[in-house]
Ligand binder design. Structure first.
Ligand code: NAD
Ligand code: DAU
Length: 342
């Protein structure tokens, strides 16, 4: 069995590669990654020398390169994590999101069609459903919730989902889609809420919370997401969409306070900054389908997961220090101005 994992040098893709290599020692995993600012080859260092692992630096929008690799490796399954993934960056510069997230998806599926109707899994997001009101805690996203996007990022992911379903209906490509809630865990790029707050707190820098900090996200430990994808690619029903989430809704401000407490840092580091444009209020997944059809349930509680995550950032300072000393500095200045140390 050969599995192509695109975007495997990023946060969730790398966690998925580690999980799969450990669980299926007879599988070959080929990681395809363009190594954008979010891709980090050092993350894959521990598996680089495995005989059943190969890393290929490649843009999923490079049709010729993608076709050549499919021809050479003849994969059985493609799992597409490769994407521009940060909402704030999509608000500042949407174009690359359309290119990678939509065109890249189409090129991968064209390759799947060309080289033997290969099984394709699209890693999507709960953001395609838009948001829910804060005062309607009885409402959740199901797989039948209409697509209703807010940001260029979520619109590009929704467009990709529609293309995937079109390739299923029109060409009979064997596809599945998973739409997961917010992940957290090791190797999370420190532009996203949880790792940004951990890294800033460790550096005694201010903790920028958008608006009033009352927006709600539904957090899932990354390994639980990887387990769900493993189940879907092996036992999921072709043509189906599966929501993934563990009923763990939390306000942003509460997450930041937990991080302060765990690190022994004062809440006075918290600073409220200008809100994100089009900021979605609340995400909440109903995971009934994946539970009843595939038996998936999250295994890591938030209390356990956030401690493991914080410990990982304490133990792997070099990993994130390398990131924040580079191009990240320019992004940070553009995004947050001159938020200083205190
Ligand atoms: P990430 O930004 O950490 O990693 C993305 C990876 O894709 C990077 O390694 C990057 O180099 C690579 N990449 C980008 N453009 C590429 C291209 N054109 N060709 C090849 N590689 C390219 O993202 P992540 O948080 O790990 O998210 C992975 C996937 O999961 C994305 O599709 C995202 O939409 C989805 N998702 C993320 C979350 C979350 O909470 N992070 C939740 C649900 C779904
Ligand atoms: O829901 C799944 C999505 O989760 C994925 O599809 C995306 O790829 C992933 O980035 C994530 O999107 P969010 O926008 O929810 O994540 P982010 O970490 O950027 O922000 C989480 C919340 O925290 C959101 O309400 C905005 C807020 N926030 C974020 C940052 C970076 C702040 O208050 N301050 C910040 O500095």
């Amino acid at each position: 069995m050969t599995i192509f994992v695109t975007g495997g040098a990023g946060f969730i893709g790398s966690n998925f590669i580690f999980y799969m290599l450990k669980k299926y020692q007879s599988y070959k995993i080929v990681c395809i990654d363009k190594l954008t600012y979010a891709g980090n080859l050092s993350t894959l260092e521990p598996v680089m020398n495995y005989s059943n692992f190969r890393f290929v630096k490649l843009d999923i929008c490079d049709r010729k390169g993608v076709y050549e690799l499919f021809e050479e490796e003849q994969p059985d399954i493609v799992v597409n994590f490769a994407a521009e993934s940060h909402v704030d960056r999509s608000i500042k510069n949407p174009e690359i999101f359309l290119q990678t997230n939509i065109i890249g998806t189409a090129i991968l599926m064209d390759a799947c069609r060309k080289y033997g109707n290969i099984r394709y899994h699209q890693v999507s997001t709960d953001e395609v459903y838009g948001d829910l009101p804060l005062d309607r805690t009885d409402l959740f996203f199901t797989e039948n919730t209409p697509i209703h996007t807010s940001s260029p990022y979520s619109s590009s992911k929704a467009s990709a989902d529609l293309l995937v379903l079109a390739y299923y209906k029109t060409y009979g490509l064997p596809v599945t889609i998973s739409r997961c809630s917010n992940n957290y865990g090791p190797y999370h790029f420190p532009e996203k809420l949880i790792p940004l707050m951990i890294v800033n707190a460790l550096n005694n820098k201010l903790l920028p919370v958008y608006g009033e900090g009352i927006n709600v996200r539904d957090w899932l430990y990354v390994e639980d997401h990887c387990k769900a994808i493993d189940l879907i690619i092996h036992s999921g029903i072709i043509g189906e969409v599966y929501n993934i989430g563990g009923h763990n809704e939390m306000k942003n401000i509460d997450i930041v306070k937990i991080i302060c407490k765990e690190l022994g840092k004062p809440e006075s580091l918290i600073t409220f900054v200008e809100d994100r444009r089009g900021h979605d209020m609340r995400y909440a997944i109903d995971p009934t389908k994946i539970y009843t059809e595939l038996g998936w349930l999250p295994e890591t509680t938030f209390a356990e997961g956030i401690r493991k995550t914080i410990q990982w950032y304490l133990d792997n300072q070099e990993w994130w220090e390398d990131i924040i000393s580079g191009e990240y500095q320019n992004y940070y200045k553009k995004m947050y101005g001159n938020l200083e140390e205190v």
